[in-house]
Every structure is written in structure tokens, then in C-alpha cells.
Ligand binder design. Sequence first.
Ligand SMILES: Nc1ncnc2c1ncn2[C@@H]1O[C@H](COP(=O)(O)OP(=O)(O)OP(=O)(O)O)[C@@H](O)[C@H]1O
Length: 324
Amino acid sequence: MLNVNSISFGYTEKMVLKDLNFTVGKGEHLSIIGESGCGKSTLLKLVYGLLQPADGTISWNDKQVLGPDFNLVPGEKYMKYLSQDFDLMPYTTVEENVSKFLSVFYPEELQERTEQLLEMIEMEDFAKTKVQFLSGGQQQRVALARVLAQEPEILLLDEPFGHIDNFRTNSFRKNLFNYLKRKGITCLVATHDMDDVLPYADQLIVLKDQEILAHGTPKNIYRHPKDLYTASLFGEVNVVPIQLLKQYAKINKSILVYPHEFQISEKSGLRVRVKKSFFKGSHYLHEGLTDDGETLSFTSRESLKPETKIYLNVALETINARIA
Ligand SMILES: Nc1ncnc2c1ncn2[C@@H]1O[C@H](COP(=O)(O)OP(=O)(O)OP(=O)(O)O)[C@@H](O)[C@H]1O
């Protein structure tokens, strides 16, 4: 188990992270999200031992991770960190880059493992291509296979699909996260992409103002966002006074409503005039104006003409869940 215990850190006197505490079990997937500059990469570097915490300890199975003050060559053997720099050998082939870390004493196994890893990154056809001739996204995939060839117990990934196009990302992401689960490799992923988080992460940490603002399962944090900051990390969100939705309500409070949580009615509810519509593939996202001049985002399956008047409603159970 990875144990991060009261970690604080600053590059200067100003702290970037303050008193962080969490644990990650063997084979678990933890995602770290938060606005740009909130300290996601810094946290991964601390866990890897590249930075020295000002306070606190980090340990893996009760063995302390030593930072650069105590470790001449920072980084632990059982842990791999894939940063934005890929650290590949450009003048050798994809195959050689990956197999370099496999044992040469078992040539058959070496060949099989290399093929397995190339299949996982969907680069079988590039086995004999020199890395210098690959695109950024392809290099990122090779870097990942190379790291996995070293069979780490923990893998730290910083924006792992940042250079890979959407077309590839979906299948590659699925291959990778399934592979890590199968092998029982613990992984910590710093990301902006909710498609990395919602389907795969066992735990989610939201960072803000040096601290952990929310910590739980992705489902729980998504369904019960603590505040606008957290909800906004998942996409568009509305802040709606309850009295606008239920006039009889005595509570003078606002709740967070995701666009798809509005139900559209032609008869009753909160009256809105459609202003703009955006085609999103599976649905339309609309911007509408209430009689009070508030802009709300909501979705529908069908297109809506500008200036159409419709009524929005939110299920009582959603309202109750958000008030709580
Ligand atoms: N080497 C450094 N020296 C000084 N300050 C740094 C250094 N690296 C990062 N910082 C600062 O520390 C803070 C956290 O940076 P970090 O890169 O960890 O954020 P992040 O959440 O990973 O951002 P992003 O999502 O944009 O990658 C930022 O304010 C950044 O400017």
C-alpha cells in the first residue's frame, strides 16, 4: 500500500501542497484532478522521490520513499514515473526500446513479452521503426510500453494521453488500464480528462489551494460535488437557486445542476428562451435565458430553434441530493 502521510511542499517559501494524506492499495487506480497549476505533477514527483517534502512521509509497503536529500539517484526501483519527457533511445527501433528492459536470458519469453506490450500500445506494425521517425503520440505510447516492460509495482502517469489523438486514445486507454488491473499494478494518474477518470479510477482526489478539496469514488464526487470548482472539472454546470425551480421552497439556497439533469417540458417549470444550440453528437447543448436574465445550459436529444420557449425541471431527488 502507498501511504502519503501529512505531505507538504513548496518550491519556494510559498507552499504548493499542504498536509496531504491518502493511501492507495495494491492494484488500485487513483486519479488526481484540479485546475492547471494546482500541484498534480508536483504530487507525482514527490511520490516518486524527485522532490523532497518539507514535511511528512511517503511509504510503499512500510518502506519509506527517500527524496533527493537522502537518495543520490532519486527514484525507486519498484516505481516508474512517466512524465511529459519520454526518455527514449531515438536511434533504435520501437522493439529495441521496449525489450531493452526484458531479460535476455529467456529469448522466447523476451520476444513474447515484447509482442504483448507492442500489441497493448497498438504499435505492432512499427516494431522495426526507429523512434526518431515516430510522431509525438506514438513516442508517448512506446515510452509507456518501455516503462511497463520494467514491471513496476506502482506507475505514476502525468497526462498519459496528452499527445495521443482521440481516435487512438479510447482503445489505448482501455487496453492500458485493463492491463494494469490484470497485473495488479497500482497507478496514480494526473489528468484533466474525465474520460481517464470516471470509468476507471477507484479513487479520485480533487486538489485546490494546496489541499485535498474532495476525496472519494468518481461516482460519489460527480454526483455530490462539493462546490462549483469540483463540478466544473467534469464539464459545464449551472448554479440554480432552488426557489427558481420550486417556487414553494422556503430554502434560500442554490444547487449545482449538470446540463443533462434538466428535463424539458412544454407546459410547466422554469421558463427559458433558447438562445444558442451546439451539436454535440449524441445530443444538443443549449444556452437559454430565464425571465430573470440568468443563462442556463441544458441538453436535449432534438435540436431547438432559437427563441423557442420551453420549461426546465429538475427531479426532486436530484434537488434533495444536492441540498444535502
Ligand atoms: N520547478 C519549479 N519551480 C518553481 N515553481 C514550480 C516549479 N514547477 C512547478 N512550479 C509551480 O508549482 C505549482 C504547481 O505546479 P504543477 O506543475 O505541479 O501543477 P499541475 O497541477 O500539474 O499543472 P498542469 O495541470 O498545468 O500540468 C504552479 O504554481 C507552478 O508554477
